[in-house]
Design a protein around this ligand. Structure first.
Ligand code: GAR
Length: 210
């Protein structure tokens, strides 16, 4: 089982979905630790309650972004990390850190990339008049929300949707596709090569959507 660490900044619902999937001994990844950049992240308590070691590495304790990422990298090494899953980690990682973990670090983004990179994706999808919205799991590369796509799920945008209602619908889909994508990466069935995702050992009619 691939030793997987999860980076969070807040609520931790995607983290919880990954921990739940990995609780099955047949799942090809095991969650070895959770790291938060924020001491007030609700996910820290959720991880500890599930027996997963969690540590806080605040940005304010470090002189620079580089030093902060170096501290995270040291913590990952301490956990014997093989894969990193960003789950609502709301800070841009520095290029040296991303390059070190490239192909071994994945992220979930609450939009159908390449649409709506960045923040406030649900509000922007509503403002744009999108009739379909969703979420994406992708390999992390230095340019934000631009790494090769592993899995996506689409949800309808309802005429009466509020931002919260739409976010909740997307979040449910996130909890479905994130464990699926981590499984593929941990099995080596989805890997990053020359800036693309290469799939092996899957059927031609597999969809990798939620
Ligand atoms: C999720 O919707 C995730 O896709 C998003 O933050 C939320 C975290 O919720 N991530 C980003 O916006 C990354 N830029 P969670 O802490 O309950 O998983």
């Amino acid at each position: 089982r691939k030793r997987t660490a999860i980076l969070i900044s807040g609520r931790g619902s995607n983290m919880t979905a990954l921990i739940a999937a990995a609780a099955n001994p047949d799942f090809p990844a095991e969650i070895v630790g959770v790291i938060s950049d924020r001491s007030d992240a609700a996910g820290i308590g959720l991880a500890i309650a599930r027996g997963i070691p969690a540590q806080v590495i605040p940005r304010a304790d470090h002189a620079s972004k580089e030093a902060h990422d170096a501290a995270i990298d040291a913590a990952l090494a301490g956990l014997g990390t093989e894969l990193v899953a960003l789950a609502g980690y709301m800070r841009l990682l520095t290029t040296p850190f991303v390059e070190k973990w490239q192909g071994r670090m994945i992220n979930i983004h609450p939009a159908l990339l390449p649409a709506f990179k960045g923040l406030d994706t649900h509000r922007r999808a509503l403002e744009t008049g999108m009739r379909i919205h969703g979420c994406t799991v992708h390999f992390v590369t230095p340019a934000m929300d631009e790494g090769p796509i592993i899995a996506q799920a689409a949800v309808p945008v309802l005429l009466g949707d509020s931002e919260d209602a739409l976010a909740a619908r997307v979040l449910k889909a996130e909890h479905h596709i994130y464990p699926m994508a981590l499984k593929l990466v941990a099995e080596g069935k989805a890997r990053m090569a020359e800036g693309r995702t290469v799939f092996t050992g899957l059927a031609e009619n597999d969809t990798l959507s939620g």
